[in-house]
Write a protein that binds this ligand. Sequence first.
Ligand SMILES: [Fe+2]
Ligand SMILES: [Fe+2]
Length: 476
Amino acid sequence: MSSVINSERIPNNVHLGDDRKLQRALEAWQPRFIDWWKEMGPEGFQEDQVYLRTAISVDADGWANFDYVKMPDYRWGIFLADPVKDRKIGFGDNMGKDAWQTVPGEHRNTLRRLIVTQGDTEPASVEQQRLLGQTCPSLYDLRNLFQVNVEEGRHLWAMVYLLHSYFGRDGREEAEALLERRSGNEDKPRILGAFNEPCNHWLSFFMFTYFTDRDGKYQLLALAESGFDPLSRTTRFMLTEEAHHMFVGEKGVGRVLKRSAELMKKNSNGDARAEGGIDLPTLQKYVNLWYSVSLDLFGGEISSNAANYFAAGIKGRAHEERSYEDHMALEGSMTFDVPTSDGRFEKQEVPLRTAMNEVLRQEYVSDSQRGLDNWNKILRKEDIDFEITLPSTRFHRETGIYAGMHFDPEGRLLSAEEWEKKKADFLPTEEDETYIKSLMTKPIFEPGKMANWIAPPKKGIKGRPVDFEYVRHDAS
Ligand SMILES: [Fe+2]
Ligand SMILES: [Fe+2]
C-alpha cells in the first residue's frame, strides 16, 4: 500500500489496476458521476479555472497540490489512509479481535446502511450549494466554496469505492442510487432531513460548514474507529479534507462578525443593518438554526441502534483509544431529563452504550463552543458588547427525547402559544431571509474586493495574497 496517489484514469492508492473487475465497474460509474456533477454541481462555473488543492498523497504533511483546474477535470479518486499493521478492534464485544478486512455477514446490512447514509450527505451538500457561486462575496470565497464542493464529491467517491468493493451487486445498485436522489426533491429526496433544506445564501453556507460539516467530522471520527478496516481507513483520510470545510465556516462567520462590528461603530445608532451589514441578533438566529438541525443528525439520545453498533465494533466514540479508558462501556450510565406528557421532567438513567449518540453529541457541543469563543473574542476586540451563544441542546429538536416540544434557547419548556409568540426572536424569519438575500444579489468577481457585509480574510490560500485571482471567471 502506498501513500502516493497514482495517476491512472481513476487516481488511487489502492492498487486499483490489480483488480480489473472492480476497476471496470468504477470506470463505468465515473462518467455517470461527471454527468451528475455537471447537472448538479456549481451552476455557471464549470468552464472556469479554479485554484484548487488536489490530493496527491495521503501523508499527514504535504498531501496536496494547489493549481488551476476546471472543476469537471478535478482528479476525483480513491484515497485510503495507510493501514495500521495488525490493527485490532478497539472497543465493544469484539475488542482485541483482528479488524475485519471483509464485511462480516451478520453486519452486512448495518454497514451498508451506514455507508450509504454517509455517502448520501456528500452529493447532497453540493446540490444544496449549487447556486451560491452566483452571489459570491469575493473570488477568495468563491474558490473556497468550490474546494468544499469538489471534496464533497471526493467523499462520495470514497463511499462508492466501499460499496463497489465490498457489497457486490447491491452495493453497485446503491452507488447508482446515490447519483439519482436529489436534495429537496419530493419524489427522490436525500436521506437525511438537514440535507434537503436549501442553502440559500452565504450566511447559511458559513453556518453549514461550521455546524453541519462538524457533525460530519464526528460521524467520520466514530466510523474511523470501526472494526471494518477499509471504512476506518477511508474515513481517516476524509477527516484531513474535512478540516478545511470547518475552517471555511469558522473564518467566514468570524469575518461577518468583524464587519458587523465595524458597521455598528460607523452608524450613530450602532445599527449594522442600516449600513448594509448583518446585525448580531439576526446572526445569532442563524447559529440557533444550524446548530439545532445539526444536533439532530446525531440521532436520538436513547438509542438501541447506537448500543448495537458499539457492541458489534461497527461505530465507536471519537478518539476511542485516546479519550476513553473503558472501551467496553458496559458499566456507567447517563441520566437524561426526559419530558413527560404533563410538562414535567423525569430523570431517566440509561446504560452508557444506549447513550452513545449523546456521548458523541456532547463532544460535538464542546467542539462547537470553541469556535464561538473565537467569534466572541473578535467582538470583544472590536469593543462590541454582545456574546454569541449556543442554544440549549433541547432547543428546536426534531429527533430524540425533546422532539415535538418547544423550548427557548435557554432550554425552558414553552407552551405552543408561547413558542408561536416568541419563535421569531429565536429563529430566522422570512423577513430575515429576504433581508440577508438582499445583501447578496450580485457576485463580486474583482480580485481582492469584498462584499460590504463581510471583512476580508487575514491571509489568502497557500501563501497567495488575498487579491489573487482564485477563480478565472469569464463574466461574459
Ligand atoms: Fe464530506
Ligand atoms: Fe465537508
